[in-house]
Design a protein around this ligand. Structure first.
Ligand code: BTN
Length: 258
């Protein structure tokens, strides 16, 4: 399902976007294009609403009109095993664009692995999906970014907020995309030119809960400990009460202020 006909939009820095009114999921559309051999490196897919928006760990991403949904296609220049680095690049880009929009009206921070918080509440989320095993032998990543611009879903696991709580002007989705696309180009250049170590440092500068006691859910288990930093590939490093160090590859931070 590709929704209604889409229009192309030119973005600063030579980037382009394909804009849908309604679609199942911008990530899904990006993956469809890649699988069909029609992937374009750096192309954005956006929609005003999604009927099957996807969140991390198989969850649904409620996609109310008025909020922002976009995915960017990336032809990988790094090994597939390092694809998760792009989720931190996406977090930096989303964090920067949100900061530019709300200026100093709220404090933007990151919650591992790649949620963007304003004043401690979730305002945006990122879903990275990869595609390999293609005839072309290329590896692709889709970085999907959902930003709560005009509303936040209710009854969610972690407190949520939206950008219009901080600025009264209605946020134009093309303006949001322009800021995000520019920030994405800058953040990707940091990875390409300076390496993941610098991306990790920038992310840690705004990490929520660093050096504090946090709780992380991995599968059905909760682990409490001190959030010591990120491992080489972006793993969450937790120091448990017994002194043991744990490196968590996938999980959810459920509490940041124990
Ligand atoms: C999360 O669970 O926090 C990640 C949410 C990612 C949502 C975005 S919205 C645009 C893109 N398309 C999707 O279906 N999901 C991502």
């Amino acid at each position: 399902m590709t929704g209604h006909p889409a229009a192309f939009l030119d973005l600063p820095g030579g980037a382009r976007a394909l804009v849908f009114d309604e679609i199942d999921s911008t990530n899904q559309e990006a993956l469809r294009r890649i699988r069909a051999g029609e992937g374009q490196d750096g192309l954005w897919i956006t929609a005003k609403t999604q009927t099957s928006g996807r969140g991390r760990r198989g969850r649904e991403w409620l996609s109310a009109r008025g909020n922002f949904f976009a995915s960017v296609l990336v032809k990988l220049r790094i090994p597939l095993a390092r694809a998760s680095e792009l989720s931190f690049v996406a977090a930096l880009a989303a964090g920067q664009s949100i900061t530019e929009l709300i200026a100093n009206k709220g404090c933007v921070s990151f919650k591992w692995p790649n949620d963007i918080l304003i004043d401690g509440k979730k305002a945006a989320g990122i879903l990275i999906e990869s595609e390999s095993g293609l005839k072309s032998k290329e590896n692709w990543v889709v970085a999907g970014i959902g930003i709560n611009t005009s509303s936040a879903p209710e009854g969610v696991r972690y407190p949520a907020t939206f950008l219009n709580n901080y600025i009264s002007d209605k946020i134009n989705e093309n303006k949001m995309l322009e800021l995000l696309s520019k920030a994405w180009i800058r953040s990707l250049a940091v990875l390409d030119e300076e390496g993941f170590g610098v991306v990790r440092k920038l992310w840690l500068n705004k990490a929520e809960g660093l050096a504090r006691e946090i709780c992380v859910r991995v599968g059905d288990d909760d682990y409490k400990g001190t959030f010591e930093g990120l491992g080489e590939g972006g793993e969450l490093v937790l120091r448990l009460a017994d002194g043991k160090k744990m490196e968590i590859i996938a999980g959810d931070v459920t509490e940041l202020n124990l």
